[in-house]
Design a protein around this ligand. Structure first.
Ligand code: AHR
Length: 507
């Protein structure tokens, strides 16, 4: 398989071979995971408004959020943090909501919370929507007994924790697979050294017990981007026998002291942002190389449980709430990053974009009852056919140029997969702001094909976004510039566009 590409001033001719029967690694749907932290308006207002709210809701969850969660087929939801997790004491969030104590969210703006969203509200939401819960337990400011009892409260079929759960209205245990033992334990989760954290992990994980019918998948708090030493020490001192997953956090931020705004950027900054986002490829590859050496059978999954863009907060919003707008630039970051996760599907078993609502690279934004879906949401929706499909390896030899920050940016990208029903989905990404792409795709070994669906997400400028006044300014549309002839496809991609074509091969 080969991809040849020649760039002219205004159009690139691209040839791409997609073998519909190639590939062995499944793209876990878990890489389409989400993250909901008690941070700003993510949980409170973004998801949870309470039953008495004038905002239309079902049992306290806002209806528009429920619809979006359903449409995205969210596979896994990480909660309650983030940094918040290592400050959270779960007993404050159970029982009669009127009697729950308030808390001050010390990590995020000192906001007062009423604990009305707690364990029952989280697990009921996941159960209602068929989402795998991913619980992050407090090892920073909590205690082993507290963490152990939380797991027991959620999963035990009987015993004292089960009795307490039943007294609070839930007799049957919930299902819980994914448990994160601490979060950013090198920073907000306890400022630990990897050697010390390894022992803390070993201690806590001993008491995170499986229950009849419920087996945990234990995830260790992993490195921040380029901290390869953290991964090395954890693989050596904890090892494949004691952990199932090791996390990695990678944010698209060029300069933490000057992150830039989410909407006010020029072309140079646009490409620099893509360059930084694409660097996750190198970062993942290097962490995987360490894991491969120490765990050649690939028992331990690399869980990229926080990723996405992080800009300065929108002026006029509450400091510490990390509210930012979301543009076509973010859509492009999402598409290019998901393509990378697909390529590492053998080891990358989960990823959770930060965060689902109103925080960082969100799927939706709210303002009271107003609600909008972001361009990033639309990318996740367009990539749905790739969930749990077999990754079809592509040999992409696209030209690469250096952005203003010196980081390489690809001029074209693509990903392809084969679903269980035999359909093939191909996503084509043109990040260039001026050049369009003429793409010629060959599918060897078939007699013909039928296009089942073709969609495009594009805009005239990377700053394009959805606002409460114009919530559908950026939205997918049917893609018409694609033609099938025998086992061949011809497509024309405008600048700044993401296209997904789902087709059915005829043998
Ligand atoms: O997603 C926001 C914060 O970023 C999380 O709480 C923390 O884990 C990370 O530093």
């Amino acid at each position: 398989m080969a991809l040849g590409l020649a760039i002219s001033a205004q159009a690139a001719d691209i040839s791409l071979t997609v073998d519909p029967y190639a590939g062995t690694d499944t793209i876990s749907r878990m890489v389409y995971g989400q993250f909901a932290e008690h941070l700003g308006a993510c949980v409170y207002e973004g998801i949870w408004v309470g039953e008495d709210s004038p905002i239309p809701n079902t049992k306290g969850y806002r209806n528009d959020a429920l619809e979006a969660l359903r449409e995205l087929k969210v596979p896994v939801l990480r909660w309650p943090g983030g940094c918040f997790a290592d400050d959270y004491h779960w007993r404050d969030g159970i029982g009669d909501p009127a009697k729950r104590p308030t808390l001050i969210n010390n990590n995020w703006g000192g906001t007062q919370e009423d604990n009305s969203f707690g364990t029952h509200e989280f697990f009921n939401l996941c159960e209602m929507l068929g989402i795998e819960p991913y619980l992050s337990v407090n090892i920073g400011s909590g205690a082993v007994q507290e963490a152990a009892q939380w797991i027991e409260y959620v999963t035990a079929p009987n015993g004292p924790m089960a009795a307490e759960r039943a007294a609070n209205g839930r007799r049957e245990p919930w299902k819980l697979k994914y448990v994160g033992i601490g979060n950013e334990s090198w920073g907000c989760g306890g400022s630990m050294r990897p050697e010390y954290y390894s022992d803390v992990y070993r201690r806590y994980s001993t008491y995170m017990r499986n229950q009849p019918g419920n087996t945990l998948y234990r995830i260790a708090s992993g490195a921040s981007d380029y901290d390869y030493n953290w991964t090395t020490v954890l693989m050596d001192r904890v090892g494949a026998g004691r952990m199932d997953g090791l996390s990695l956090h990678y944010y698209t931020v060029e300069d933490w002291s000057n992150k830039g705004t989410s909407t006010g950027f020029d072309d140079d900054k646009y490409y620099s942002t893509l360059g930084k986002a694409l660097e996750i490829d190198t970062v993942i590859r290097r962490h995987i190389a360490i894991m491969d050496e120490k765990d050649p059978k690939a028992h331990v999954g690399l869980m990229v449980d926080e990723w996405g863009t992080w800009y300065d907060e929108e002026p006029g919003t509450t400091p510490g709430h990390l509210f930012q707008q979301n543009t076509m630039r973010d859509a492009m970051v999402a598409a290019l990053t998901l393509d990378i996760f697909h390529r590492y599907s053998e080891r990358v078993r989960m990823a959770n974009i930060a965060q689902i609502a109103n925080v960082l690279q969100a799927m939706w934004l709210t303002k009271g009852e107003k609600f909008l879906l972001t361009p990033t949401y639309h990318v996740f929706r367009m990539y749905l056919p790739h969930q749990d499909a077999v990754n079809i390896p592509l040999d992409i030899k696209a030209p690469v140029f250096k952005a203003a920050n010196g980081r390489p940016v690809v001029e074209f990208d693509a990903t392809a997969s084969r679903a269980a029903d035999g359909s093939v989905s191909i996503t084509l990404v043109n990040p260039m702001l001026k050049e369009s792409d003429k793409v010629a795709i060959d599918l060897p070994g078939i007699k013909g094909l039928d296009i089942e669906r073709a969609e495009i997400l594009t805009a005239s400028a990377p700053q394009a976004m959805n606002t409460f006044e114009k919530p559908d300014a950026v939205a997918p549309a049917p893609f018409k510039d694609v033609k099938a002839k025998g086992s061949h496809l011809d497509a024309k991609l405008p600048p700044l566009s993401i296209v997904t074509i789902t087709l059915r091969p005829r043998k």
